[in-house]
Write a protein that binds this ligand. Structure first.
Ligand code: MF3
Ligand code: CO
Ligand code: CO
Length: 278
């Protein structure tokens, strides 16, 4: 497997792109209310990227092999949608949970992140799924340091999510990122400790677990009467699914989360406790 090691100036460029990706989510946060459609969110985000940030959406017209071009500037995955939800005309309503996944390109460098938003008053189970998924992402992040193995990250996420009674989606994973959207290595959100690639300073990758309230199985999200949009993935049992995503740098002593900005939610308490004293 070949992966890229980023050096000083490249890491600085990634810091900028990743902060901007996080700031798109900051900008959207107050707008994500009952009644807004995901298409409106997409249009507002597009204008903010282009007119305010001078960034380009990495998802708009993104076309990996075997896919139709992705038609929007971000992904909006509501309730049972696992990932790659395409913005549409359906207004968000109280009780919904929605993942907004934003990837921007700045000066050729990619920053990728997503957060969950609770609309109005979600059920206790929905709120708990979102919180456990957020903490599962951080359980993976705190494992990141030189010499740690990819299996350590996956195992930490999997054991945390499964002990909460939830399941981990296997078909999609985190990824290296830099001057390309998706690079090696793949970052699985399940696995065995002490296995897989050993981390090296200068690696940059995403950690983006998708956690289901029910079974882990997924399928294409087809709606009656309309052709498949080619992207939307849902849980097979139609149970709720949540996802959080950060882009993370391996430093000489541990990790640096690159997709942070003024509006990023506070890290869980266990993160500070896990940190190695300087
Ligand atoms: N941002 C997603 C990720 O975390 C990828 C979205 S690809 C799209 O890797 F085409 F669906 F937008
Ligand atoms: Co990603
Ligand atoms: Co993403």
């Amino acid at each position: 497997m070949s992966f890229t090691i980023k050096s000083g100036a490249e890491i600085d460029a990634m810091r900028v792109a990743c902060r901007l990706a996080s700031e798109v989510l900051d900008y959207l946060e107050p707008l994500i209310q009952p009644g807004i459609t995901t298409q409106e969110i997409d249009r507002l985000a597009h204008d903010y990227m282009v007119n305010v940030q001078g960034t380009v959406s990495a998802t708009l017209n993104y076309q990996p092999p075997g896919h139709v071009p992705y038609p929007a500037s971000l992904c909006t995955s509501v309730n049972e949608v696992v990932c790659h939800g395409v913005p549409n005309e359906v207004p968000l309503k109280s009780g919904d949970i929605v993942n907004i996944d934003v990837t921007v390109i700045k000066d050729g460098w990619y920053g990728d992140n997503s957060r969950m938003y609770l609309i109005g008053k979600p059920s206790i189970a929905a709120a708990r799924l979102c919180q456990v998924t957020f903490e599962a992402m951080w359980k993976g992040i705190v494992k990141v340091k030189p010499g740690a193995r990819l299996g350590d990250i996956g195992h930490a996420i999997q054991t945390f999510a499964e002990s909460a009674g939830f399941s981990v989606v296997r078909e999609y994973c985190g990824h290296g990122i830099g001057q390309k959207f998706h690079e090696d290595p793949q970052i699985l959100h399940y696995g065995r400790p002490g296995t897989g690639l050993a981390l090296v300073p200068g690696m940059i990758f995403t950690i983006e677990p998708m956690i289901n309230l029910g079974k882990r199985d997924i399928k294409e999200g087809r709606k009656g009467g309309v052709p498949y949009d080619g992207w939307t993935i849902v849980t097979k049992d139609r149970s709720l699914s949540a996802q959080w995503e950060h882009t993370v740098l391996v430093t000489d002593t541990g990790y640096e989360v690159l997709t942070l900005s003024a509006g990023s939610p506070a890290q869980p308490a266990f993160v500070a406790a896990a940190a190695t004293p300087a």
